[in-house]
Design a protein around this ligand. Structure first.
Ligand code: NDP
Length: 498
């Protein structure tokens, strides 16, 4: 029997005429009966699925997470149980605001979404290359993202909308400063850190809970584009980060990150100087030092971008035994919104797509739905409890009770101490973390970005945002005001002396 592979239709029927359609006569009109033409055209029309509304442009690779340090005092999660234990992972990194065809070097946070294929199910840690975010309540998310996308009238991106939102939401200041610093334009994906960003929790075998933040420190070293280099790269290679990651892995130059955690006890969380679950703030590493956990290495490229990267679906809702949530409001919102977005984008059965499928045991009573292609549970019962199958809930996975004794409210004007201090950490970042050269570039970048604000509210927006910069640090505010050619005496409240 010949081993030659034949060209076939999607239903496996071999055919010959792939490039010419049946017609009435050599030069005549085409015949409706040429099904292969319909199949090719109709499938082509359906090649696109909804692009991710955020994080649309991304790159991913498979790899290995290896435990190097014992953290079993904090967690019973099986993947951390032995030094040397390896877990297969997929890491997808992305820009946030741009469309699927946008440039990799845009000034933007970068997504850092990890899927650990653990024996206890898939754990998705879906963070960014920054430890913080622009907002601390998920009800603001759609408004915020609208300002990062295209204006409804001009269909262009709008610096006015962006800064209007920032200036009306001072909690964004910390992340705005990260965004406008050199780390807003990382040199591809290999030279940036990753963060789980939210506060999560860990539960140990005694069911004791601690709160945790995850850090992934690049072993390649931090490297960034200057604003000018990023602009230049946008023109020469808009797919720079994709190509850089792909080529590094193809050539055996496997990128690595060191996973570290910060740990806060429940008792410490109650007396912390601000809400420790506020995503716009970091936990000082002086108070909560980094604890090393393991090494993340990327060592295999996906073979097909659409199948394995476009269809990869991450959701912070997917945690495994030994890892828990926290009262971080943004995390709570994302527990809902991410699986919801994946169901919209990929369908109700998105977790059966090979890249998302747990390679270990999956037993449940969810059935049917579009694109159910895994056998749908076969003839086994589709309800629980039943008298026929041997699937039993395992009581060793019972979650420990979490105490909640608090009045229900919208809490808008009743925040705790320092919860509305949006200025201390941005000030520390400017004064203590950035070098003098970093500060100059930060100011220049902010001036360049704010210069794009236009329209009748220009002065209002600029002045409002300037006040936030001044409240973080006088030198920062003065530098930006000078750069924008603004006479500070005209906009700042007068100082009265006796
Ligand atoms: P530390 O001095 O202990 O830590 C400073 C942190 O800043 C380190 O994680 C350092 O890690 C990081 N860093 C250094 N240069 C830059 C840069 N140019 N852009 C962004 N991050 C940088 O102080 P604290 O933990 O008390 O934090 C002080 C301030 O540092 C915070 O207010 C926050 O603005 C910023 N920061 C804090 C982080 C945290 O988790 N505590 C994480 C990142 C920033 P590295 O050089 O490896 O990036």
């Amino acid at each position: 029997m010949s081993t030659q592979r034949k060209l076939t239709t999607a239903s496996g029927i071999p055919y010959y005429h792939h490039e010419d359609t049946q017609s009435a006569g050599e030069r005549g009109p085409l015949l409706l009966q040429d099904f292969i033409l319909h199949e090719k055209m109709a499938h082509f029309n359906r090649e696109r699925i909804p692009e991710r509304i955020v994080h649309a442009k991304g790159s991913a690779a498979y790899g290995t997470f290896t435990v190097t340090h014992d953290i079993t005092r904090f967690t019973k999660a099986k993947l951390f149980q032995e030094i040397g234990k390896e877990t297969r992972v997929m890491l997808r990194m992305s820009t946030v605001g741009g469309e699927k065809g946008s440039a990799d070097t845009e000034r933007d946070p970068r997504g850092f979404a990890l899927k650990f294929y653990t024996e206890d199910g898939n754990w998705d840690l879906v963070g960014n290359n920054t430890p913080i975010f622009f907002i601390k309540d998920p009800k603001k998310f759609s408004d915020f993202i609208h300002t990062q996308k295209r204006d409804p009238y001009t269909n262009c991106k709008s610096a006015t909308n962006v800064w209007d939102f920032f200036s009306l939401n001072p909690e964004s200041l910390h992340q705005v400063m990260f965004l406008m610093s050199d780390r807003g334009t990382p040199h591809g994906y290999r030279h940036m850190h990753g963060f789980g960003s939210h506060t999560f929790s860990m539960i140990n075998s005694d069911n004791k809970r601690v709160f945790v933040k995850f850090h992934f420190k690049t072993q390649q070293g931090i490297r960034n584009f200057t604003a000018a280099e990023a602009d230049q790269m946008r023109a020469t290679d808009p797919d720079f980060a994709q190509r850089d990651l792909l080529n590094a892995i193809d050539s055996g130059n496997f990128p690595k990150w060191t996973m570290m955690i910060q740990v806060m006890t429940e008792e410490q969380s109650k007396t912390h100087k601000f809400n420790p679950f506020d995503l716009t703030k970091t936990w000082s590493q002086k108070d909560y030092p980094l604890i090393e956990v393991g090494t993340l290495e990327l060592n295999a490229n996906p073979q097909n971008y659409f199948a394995e990267v476009e269809q990869a679906a991450f959701a912070p809702a997917h945690i495994v035994d030994g890892i828990g949530f926290s009262p971080d409001k943004m995390l709570q919102g994302r527990i809902l919104s991410y699986p919801d977005a994946q169901r919209y984008r990929l369908g109700a059965n998105y977790e059966q797509i090979p890249v998302n499928r747990c390679p270990f045991m999956v037993n449940n009573y969810q059935r049917d739905g579009q694109m159910r292609v895994d056998g749908n549970g076969g003839a086994a019962p589709n309800y629980f409890p039943n008298s026929f199958d041997d699937i039993k809930p395992d009581e060793s996975y019972i979650r420990p009770a979490e105490p909640v004794e608090t009045p229900v409210a919208d809490w808008y004007d009743r925040n705790g101490p320092n919860d509305n201090d949006h200025y201390t950490q941005p000030g520390i970042f400017f004064r203590e973390v950035l070098s003098d050269e970093d500060k100059k570039r930060l100011i220049n970048t902010i001036v360049g970005a704010m210069a794009g604000i236009d329209g009748p509210k220009r002065n209002l927006i600029i002045n409002r945002q300037l006040c936030h910069f001044f409240r973080a640090d006088i030198q920062l505010g003065m530098g930006i005001a000078n750069g924008l050619g603004i006479n500070v005496d005209e906009i700042m409240p007068k100082q009265h002396t006796a």
